[in-house]
Write a protein that binds this ligand. Structure first.
Ligand SMILES: Cc1cc2nc3c(=O)[nH]c(=O)nc-3n(C[C@H](O)[C@H](O)[C@H](O)COP(=O)(O)OP(=O)(O)OC[C@H]3O[C@@H](n4cnc5c(N)ncnc54)[C@H](O)[C@@H]3O)c2cc1C
Length: 514
């Protein structure tokens, strides 16, 4: 379609050849947008939004573009994508009031790199994808990540938001919404920031995000355990979650232990070894970690069906060790301790290259997840296992397999995160997002439409199974059934808010299902 002049001539417009990439995520593409824009100032962004709204074009904001729930994907051609990566500055940092305000496109890694030399960090440090994932995108999704076990999910780190609406109005939340107030806290009256957190970009475009700051803890310890079955893994993770003691923990089944996070190619291992050395509080601890990593590798992980990995931070080595000792005491009631190579690697390099966007042998990858109360986990796991067993023969035939990762969210919720893999051709998205040197070392596969169709069928059916077991979801995007069976009062309120902030329905149509 032809863009109006205000957009066609915008200096922030990217070449047309970029449109297909910016209309894709790691899983798929629906439509190619009419234009892609990379503003470098909030004023530019506002001008683009006003022109697009005037022309009746759908507006999709993209952060790092590493979500996989159709979240930022246009579904029709009369749309524009706004790439927020040009809005990546730290606007202000206040070490007295302990807040940092950032533009939405800054990545978690860039933010952490800027805070580390000052001995500071944000409580939610970022996602595993934080090399690319942006603060704005993550806040629009809700995420579990580094620091979440100690400090909560992404939304829990927010003090205030500045949000741009399609008519050019800015909404500022909490104390920042009052010109009289110099305060820096979120809960001044109703929690308006909360309205926009996890909105999948359906309610506005975040232009500034103010986050809490914490002092970094210089010491850390890690530990890993294997378990004979899922019940033991879950028992251990839920018992430790109630203690709220670790910085980060996660469980893996055998498929993921052998691939994904536990897998390290030689190049990554070398940079990880450097990172472990640098991040270890003492040279001796660094040497010990490296030796353990070399000796243990994947061998031990492959010996048990489930593993859990723990990272504890402390202001002193004694504090970190005491935390890991407390974790160990509980974990040994459920499983046995193994070498701590996986959490050591994760702690040393929280933001690794995005190699996990493919399986260990170059397979295509798409994850999904459900948030379940601990009381419902066993029933869901039984139903999930039986469903997967029923599909196993067809998956084998069509070159697909499934693994799962697990996390605790607060004391009461369990994040069950299956990941599907299948042998298929890569897309231009992979070629652009992943390192060419890494891709060159992986096998390539021919187009596999049967495998892809099976994966889509399984993904849809597992989401149905999760819904039937009462699961909730982060990263709703355009995938998870947020509105299904939702209380009428809540839905009416949300639709009224949408009608108020976006009366023409131009902001990321389809997101949240509203
Ligand atoms: C290898 C890998 C590892 C991952 N690890 C994790 C993990 O540890 N934890 C986790 O929770 N997720 C993880 N993810 C999923 C994903 O990376 C996260 O959800 C991440 O937070 C997405 O951020 P993004 O900037 O890429 O958002 P995008 O994909 O660009 O966008 C996500 C949503 O936010 C909206 N949006 C973006 N910017 C704005 C804005 N300024 N204003 C309003 N709306 C906006 C978009 O329209 C879209 O709806 C992982 C993904 C990959 C590929």
């Amino acid at each position: 379609m032809t863009l109006p002049d205000a957009l066609a001539l915008s200096p922030s417009r990217l070449p047309d050849g970029e449109a297909a990439f910016f209309g894709s995520d790691v899983y798929r593409r629906h439509a190619t947008p009419a234009g892609v824009f990379r503003p470098t100032s909030v004023e530019d962004l506002r001008a683009i939004v006003l022109a697009a709204a005037e022309a009746g074009l759908a507006i999709h904001t993209r952060g790092g573009g590493v979500s996989y729930t159709d979240a930022h994907l246009p579904r029709r051609a009369d749309s524009v994508v706004i790439d927020s990566s040009g809005l990546d500055r730290i606007v202000s940092l206040n070490e007295t009031d302990m807040t940092v305000t950032v533009e939405p496109g800054i990545s978690w890694k860039a933010l952490d790199d800027a805070l580390a030399p000052r001995g500071l960090k944000v409580p939610f440090v970022g996602t595993f994808s934080g090399l690319a994932a942006s603060v704005g995108g993550t806040m629009s999704q809700n995420a579990n990540g580094h620091g979440s076990n100690a400090n909560g999910i992404s939304a829990d780190s927010v003090v205030a938001l500045e949000v741009l609406l399609p008519d050019g109005t800015f909404v500022r939340t909490g104390t920042t919404g009052s010109q009289a107030s110099r305060g820096r806290f979120r809960n001044y009256g109703p929690d308006l920031a909360g309205l926009f957190l996890g909105d999948s970009g359906a309610l506005g475009i975040k232009t500034a995000i103010t986050l809490k700051l914490l002092r970094r803890k210089p010491a850390h310890e890690t530990a890993s355990f294997t378990f004979p079955d899922f019940a033991a893994l879950h028992g251990c993770m839920s018992a430790i979650a109630g203690m709220k003691i670790e910085e980060k923990s996660f469980g893996l089944d055998l498929a993921l232990s052998q691939g994904q996070i536990a897998k390290q190619d030689t190049g990554t291992m070398l940079s990880v070894a450097r990172g472990v050395w640098q991040s270890s509080p003492s040279a001796l601890a660094g040497a010990r970690s490296l030796l353990r990593m070399a000796a243990a590798g994947r061998r031990v992980l492959a010996s048990a069906p489930y593993a859990a990995h723990y990272i504890a931070d402390g202001y002193s080595a004694i504090e970190a060790r005491a935390k890991i000792d407390a974790i160990r005491k509980v974990a040994l009631g459920f499983g046995r301790e193994i070498a701590n190579s996986v959490p050591t690697v994760v702690r040393a390099m929280p933001f690794q290259p995005l190699h996990n966007m493919l399986g260990p042998a170059g397979e295509r990858w798409v994850p999904l997840h459900g948030l379940l109360p601990h009381s419902r986990v066993a029933a869901f796991h039984a139903a999930f296992t039986s469903y997967v067993d029923g599909k196993r023969a067809e998956m084998d035939r069509k070159g697909a397999y499934i693994g799962a990762m697990f996390s605790s969210i607060g004391a009461g919720t369990f994040l069950y995160e299956p990941a599907l893999y299948w042998k298929d051709a890569l897309t231009p998205y992979h070629e652009r997002m992943m390192e060419p040197g890494y891709l060159a070392g992986l096998p390539r596969y021919a187009e596999n439409p049967d495998g892809a169709a099976l994966v889509e069928e399984i993904r849809t059916e597992i989401i149905g199974l999760m819904h039937a077991h009462g699961a909730g979801h982060f990263q709703v995007g355009k995938l998870y059934p947020y509105t299904r069976e939702r209380d009428e009062g809540a839905l009416t309120l949300l639709r009224a808010v949408k009608a108020q902030v976006d009366p023409k329905g131009l902001l990321n149509p389809g997101a949240l299902g509203i």
